[in-house]
Ligand binder design. Structure first.
Ligand SMILES: Cc1cc2nc3c(=O)[nH]c(=O)nc-3n(C[C@H](O)[C@H](O)[C@H](O)COP(=O)(O)OP(=O)(O)OC[C@H]3O[C@@H](n4cnc5c(N)ncnc54)[C@H](O)[C@@H]3O)c2cc1C
Length: 189
């Protein structure tokens, strides 16, 4: 049983995973490795002069793994709710259980629609349909959150990675019952 399973391993999903795993939540990212960020050349991501999308996602994966996030390459085809958890089925025939689920599936709303999440027309270029979610990231199914392009934010890596972090911080805060802050300090000189 995972505390959090994140569907989608782009900037939003990986950034969310860094926060949830660093907070001690057992985290799995399931990604089909068909993300379009692989094709991007990034010159507008704050703090990084220039990099490729492939490099950003590769580094993000390493960073999340360092805090314990597990990664699986698979296509999630269904998410079903049990009494206190969710079962996620993959096309490859595996089932993963999670207490909380974050959908960070980019511009592909098929899974969201298949499992009964409310969706709406996207307002950003190239994005037809997004998940209806509140400011915090809650969808209409309690325990399923939406992040990144899937949640309707602007199609830029700095924004989608920030949104993944924001939704993860909200999820962690709800589980802990108080606002969560993740700060590391340099050792005193
Ligand atoms: C050619 C190109 C150039 C770009 N250039 C820039 C740029 O210069 N600057 C900039 O800021 N942004 C750029 N972008 C946009 C940027 O890449 C995206 O806006 C951002 O990365 C989206 O992040 P995300 O995590 O929300 O979604 P994504 O990166 O799309 O990640 C979603 C992931 O979920 C996977 N997935 C979806 N459904 C499932 C499922 N059912 N099961 C398993 N996996 C699933 C997808 O395959 C994908 O890997 C560019 C994009 C492209 C395509």
């Amino acid at each position: 049983m995972y505390d959090v399973v994140i569907v989608g391993g782009g900037p939003a999903g990986q950034s969310a995973a860094i926060f949830t795993s660093k907070a001690g939540l057992k985290t799995l990212v399931i990604d089909n490795e068909k993300g379009l960020t692989q094709r991007a050349l990034l010159k507008n991501h704050y703090g990084i002069e220039e990099t490729s999308g492939a490099e950003l996602v590769k580094t993000g994966k390493k960073q999340a793994e360092r805090f314990g996030t597990e990664f699986v390459k698979a296509q999630v085809t269904n998410v079903s709710k049990n009494a206190e958890s969710f079962d996620l089925q993959t096309e490859e025939g595996s089932t993963y259980s999670a207490k909380q689920v974050i959908l960070a599936t980019g511009s592909n709303a098929k899974l969201a629609q298949a499992i009964g999440l409310k969706t709406k027309d996207g307002r950003e270029k190239y994005v037809k349909t997004v998940i209806e979610a509140d400011e915090a990231g809650h969808t209409n199914i309690d325990g399923i959150w939406a992040a990144g392009v899937a949640a309707g934010v602007s199609v830029h890596t700095i924004v989608t990675s920030g949104d993944g972090a924001k939704k993860a911080i909200n999820l962690i805060s709800e589980l802990k019952g108080e606002r969560y802050v993740d700060h590391d300090k340099l050792p005193a000189k």
